[in-house]
Write a protein that binds this ligand. Structure first.
Ligand SMILES: [Zn+2]
Length: 415
């Protein structure tokens, strides 16, 4: 972690500033704290592999004891949940190898971690909508500068979107150490990663950010009132107002397979005490994106529509220019590796390859089947197009394939 990140952080329990305890074990190089102990008015927290662990759950206190004892490697094993020495050594060997991919390391962490979901994340319908909403809302409020935070951001798939919008670099926060560690190495290199508990007060200073978001996780938070009060506190700074986004949260009134503990739309609205949020049906925003834009945030969805929606997007901001139609910019130049979407099976046919859409499981089709709205069942690429893609270039005249996520700009060394 960069030493200046300490200015953003506060103890989740006493609200005090955090500082490196210099008379306890630490490894600092230049402006970066690699391992060490942070102290506030009330307690101490470990920094493990450059990631501050700002909660007091059992793994954190065990890791803290190991750092204090000068054993940062053992602290890291605890945070990765690698209790078996054989498995830990296998993972550490994979982590040391520069050629390891995100997929290799996910597999080395064991079958209980993440599953195959990450492979298709950049083209699933939830991501496609959230990515467009983040570009629109964060793009507006961060145009004049300011920082973004992605809370419960997992392995940083949307933090990657924020990297283009947030200066200084965005902060990614999640309960799971392994996820933010992977994000920093692969998905969103350059972000600041921290671990915290979404059911505890957030470990950040008031006004530390201009954009704060939580996507695809809010229905799993129990302390929703505290969480929303904190999101609005984080963007309550000097200068231009910021924005809060809660993307893809489920609706208590409409059942879905990964329901969580959602509220009804009225319940979500009532969480916001100081600002009236806009609650959108995700399906309406999804159609805007699939139809090529604009993403119309000026819309006021009828309350019936909102109540019948399986997933909701909530935006709160005092800036009127957030609630306008936002053109969907053409896809940017690939920054990672341009690949054919892994949902396609390849069938070579002479000089061409025919690609066929194939879902990895029935469950995937049930939850993410709406991707058929932009992913064609089949398409054909000739040798010249395949060569261009292998070279990291969008084949001439095929920009639409990027917009439709048939070609995806994946992080380097993803799989
Ligand atoms: Zn404290």
């Amino acid at each position: 972690m960069h030493i200046e990140t300490l200015d953003l952080l506060r103890c989740p329990y006493c609200g005090g500033r955090l500082a490196l305890v210099t008379d306890l074990f630490n490894q600092v190089s230049g402006d970066h704290i690699e391992d060490g102990i942070l102290g506030c008015h009330c307690c101490i927290f470990p920094v493990v592999s450059g990631i501050p662990i700002l909660h007091l759950l059992p793994a954190s206190t065990a890791a803290r004891d190991e750092v204090q004892a000068g054993r940062p490697d053992r602290a890291r094993r605890i945070m990765f949940g690698l209790e078996d020495d054989g498995q830990a050594e296998k993972f550490e060997a994979a982590a040391r190898a520069e050629t390891s991919t995100y997929r290799d390391l996910v597999e080395a962490l064991g079958p209980q971690f993440e599953g195959g979901y990450f492979l298709y994340r950049f083209s699933d319908p939830t991501f496609v909508v959230a990515d467009a909403v983040v570009r629109a809302v964060a793009g507006t409020v961060l145009a004049g500068g300011g920082r973004a935070v992605d809370i419960c951001g997992g392995s940083g798939h949307l933090t990657r979107t924020l990297l283009r919008l947030s200066t200084p670099p965005p902060v990614l926060a999640d309960l799971y150490f392994a996820k933010v560690w992977l994000a920093r190495r692969f998905t969103a290199p350059g972000c600041e990663a921290i671990c915290c508990d979404g059911n505890a007060p957030m470990p950040f200073a008031r006004g530390a950010f201009r954009f704060a978001m939580c996507v695809d996780a809010f229905m799993y938070i129990w302390t929703k009132r505290q969480f929303v009060a904190d999101l609005t506190r984080l963007v309550d700074g000097v200068g231009e107002p910021g924005a809060v986004l809660i993307g893809h949260t489920h609706n208590q009134l409409v059942w879905c397979p990964s329901h969580g503990q959602p509220l009804s739309p009225a319940g979500y609205r009532d969480l916001f005490e100081t600002i009236e949020p806009r609650i959108f049906s995700e399906a309406g925003l999804f159609s805007d994106v699939v139809n090529g834009g604009p993403l119309d945030l000026s819309r006021r969805d009828a309350w019936d529509t909102v109540e019948q929606s399986v997933a909701l997007t909530i935006v709160a901001s005092r800036r009127a220019d957030v609630f306008t139609p936002h053109p969907i910019a053409p896809p940017a130049e690939p920054v990672g590796e341009l690949r054919v979407n892994p949902l396609y099976a390849a069938h070579p046919e002479g000089d061409q390859v025919r690609f066929e859409l194939r879902f990895p499981s029935e469950d995937y089709g049930e939850e993410y089947g709406a991707c058929r709205d932009y992913l064609p069942d089949t398409f054909v690429l000739d040798r010249a197009a395949l060569a261009a893609i292998a070279d990291g270039r969008v084949p001439p005249g095929m920009a639409d394939l990027v917009r439709r996520r048939v070609l995806v700009d994946l992080p380097r060394s993803y799989y």
